[in-house]
Design a protein around this ligand. Structure first.
Ligand code: CU
Length: 367
């Protein structure tokens, strides 16, 4: 007969497997992508409150689309504030007034209306903003992001998920290989579990260790999601090389990213190709990388060998005795294609116009 401890352990393992398999019925969702027509990227975004959380609504779905533009394009965004006039949420400055606007994080664009103006452009519930953002012809390629920016309320709105990715095309000018690779855009958001009745299950699902991380002793308040899913699967074949573009869209949590047993071949950081300043070193390899809130990592990832399980995870980031808890957890599982999963829609393979202009370099002269 099995001893009791072993039986309890086995039952616990079965339960956690059951939780996992329910949660992982399909490959991680990929947000829809909006591209330019005649050099104009047009979209209508709504701010809504859905199931108690503020969110973007796009073409009828609660989702933040990926905005893809080339240097020289214009982003024409109609932003409609459909948030309720009376909020039931808590903000840094209470009560939340449910005002909102957009910030285009990292883009080299004008801070004046109707562009990246977070001070005078503000929509109260029922109001509409019209953005017309001109991407300069010489804008470097890379991953950027948009999020709401009303002072006093942006923390709440971003934590609720009001963020999305922006791609400025042309990374292949600096690293030609990425043109042939499967691209994945991974928007990593924080999700508050403070008042979530499922908090314990969610913590277990993402494998937060029970012992604290570093000096902090506080209860874990947030988990990370990937494209709004808790611990989705990412399909990648053994030895397959993919181009991953990851943004830390959490409001206030650090990522120390790692793929078990694999490396990141970094191509760009924070929307800047490494080659831009160092033409001779277009890539840098690392086992893990600290990505601060709003930071971005663009890297080539190779699929783990046959028969090994690898996860994309964040390691413990010790934020000190008074810091917020920032524990290790699993963000996603890497799985081989053909493990019975339907292939995700929205897969992009050469669905954009490659930028064939020669790269522009601006080496930094340290002397
Ligand atoms: Cu920002």
């Amino acid at each position: 007969m099995m001893n009791l401890t072993r039986r309890v352990l086995l039952i616990a393992a079965e339960i956690s497997l059951a939780v996992l398999s329910c949660a992982q019925i399909a490959e991680g969702p990929e947000p829809p992508q909006v591209r330019a027509t005649n050099h104009v990227v047009s979209l209508v975004l709504h701010a809504v409150n859905e199931n108690g959380r503020d969110a973007f609504r796009f073409e009828g779905a609660v989702v933040a689309p990926v905005i893809r533009a080339s240097p020289g394009d214009v982003l024409k965004i109609t932003y409609i504030n459909d948030l309720p006039p009376k909020s039931s949420e808590t903000c840094a400055v209470n009560p939340c007034m449910d005002m909102t606007n957009l910030h285009f994080h990292g883009l080299n664009v004008s801070p004046d209306a109707p562009q990246d103006d977070v001070l005078t452009m503000m929509a109260m519930p029922g109001q509409v903003l019209h953005y017309s953002v001109e991407i300069p012809r010489n804008h470097p390629p890379g991953l950027f992001w948009y999020h709401t920016h009303p002072h006093g309320e942006s923390h709440r709105q971003v934590l609720d998920g009001m963020s999305g990715a922006i791609i400025i095309e042309g990374m292949e000018r600096y690293v030609p290989e990425v043109r042939r690779l499967r691209e994945r855009i991974l928007v990593v958001r924080g999700r508050s579990i403070e008042h979530d009745p499922q908090a314990a299950d969610l913590s277990r699902q993402v494998e937060i260790p029970s012992k604290g991380c570093g000096g902090e002793a506080e209860k874990v308040e947030e988990i990370f999601t990937v494209n709004s899913a808790v611990r989705p699967r990412i399909e990648i074949a053994p030895k397959e090389r993919q181009f991953w573009r990851i943004v830390n869209a959490s409001a206030d949590r650090y990522l120390d990213l790692q793929v078990d047993g694999q490396t990141f071949e970094i191509v760009a950081l924070d929307g800047m190709p490494l080659a831009y300043h160092e033409p001779k070193s277009p890539k840098r390899t690392t086992n893990h990388l600290l990505v601060a809130p709003a930071g971005r990592l663009e890297a080539i990832v190779t699929g783990p060998p046959v028969g090994t399980h690898a996860a994309l995870r964040t390691r413990c980031v010790d934020t000190g005795p008074v810091g917020d808890p920032n524990p290790e957890m699993v963000l996603a599982d890497l799985v081989s294609p053909g493990s019975g999963l339907p292939r995700a829609d929205g897969m992009r393979h050469q669905a954009y116009t490659p930028d064939d202009r020669p790269p522009v370099y601006k080496p930094i002269d340290v002397d």
